[in-house]
Design a protein around this ligand. Sequence first.
Ligand code: BV8
Length: 261
Amino acid sequence: MAPGKPDNQHLPDDLVELLETRPEICVLTGAGVSAESGVPTFRDAQTGLWAKFDPLSLASPEGFAEDPATVWKWYSWRRELISRVEPNDGHRALAGMQDALPGLTLVTQNVDGLHQAAGARDVLELHGNIRRTICSRTRREIPAEWLEAHSRDHPPPSPHDPEGLARPDVVWFGEALDREVLEAALEAADRCRLCIVAGTAGTVEPAASIPRVAARAGARVVDINPEVTEIGRAADWHLEGTSATWLPRIAAALSGSPGPG
Ligand code: BV8
């Protein structure tokens, strides 16, 4: 580390040098970024009340068609949990980076809305948002206050279509992502000079293709994860550890200020 440079607590020198050029950045986050807010990651969520269910069946149109009450209860449980948690330092660091760098695009696989709660704007939610509810047939939004008046244990009938049910506005396995959101995310990946990946196992497609698209277009990739994943192995840098630890350090290097104490 050259003398006098801000101490970014072990960020690699070449990553700090790239950050100091204030490059176009594309960020992809996954469930790990919300772990430190107390939101179980997608897989961990199965260690709780739901260990006995296959997540792929819970988060799929077939699962909802077969057992709407169980799927609805699972989402009601997750929505309730998310309503009680706060964003963490990782979410706040990303919101701050977006303020400091207009060329930063924030793409998330998460459905918890915690990036927005931390102040991030124009978040590209690849998999939707659990806080929004839609009609299962028309996909028109159902107002939250309407839901309050209805049961938590089974999906209420939709106010928009007598054949429809209320369902969470998330992308289930086997469902297509919103085309515009996905295109915007892929364009940001193609345009960026640095792709920051945080808190994802990189097992779900097409989200996991974001860092590959960035790398193929010549961007450097940094992966933040306590575990080594495919993405970490392919990345230019793997910062082993949590997003709430490393993202504030990256934000500090981007702003050229000394790292967090
Ligand atoms: C699609 C919303 C095509 C719901 C989610 C057969 C048929 C159809 C498609 C497929 C198929 N086979 C495969 C596919 C593709 C499929 C897929 O990828 N399947 C996987 C399982 C192989 N994809 C799809 O189905 C997608 N759609 O392909 O459509 C199509 C096209 C046209 C017409 C019709 C269809 C849709 C995928 C979206 C699924 N929905 N979420 C809900 O949340 O209930 S995905 C869900 O899983 C979450 O979004 C979550 O993000 C994701 C899990 O991934 P991660 O975020 O990575 O979370 P995970 O728990 O796995 O890992 C956490 C990581 O964090 C770990 O590495 C851990 O070490 C790390 N970590 C922990 N703590 C921290 C940390 N990191 C940092 N700091 C910490 N503190």
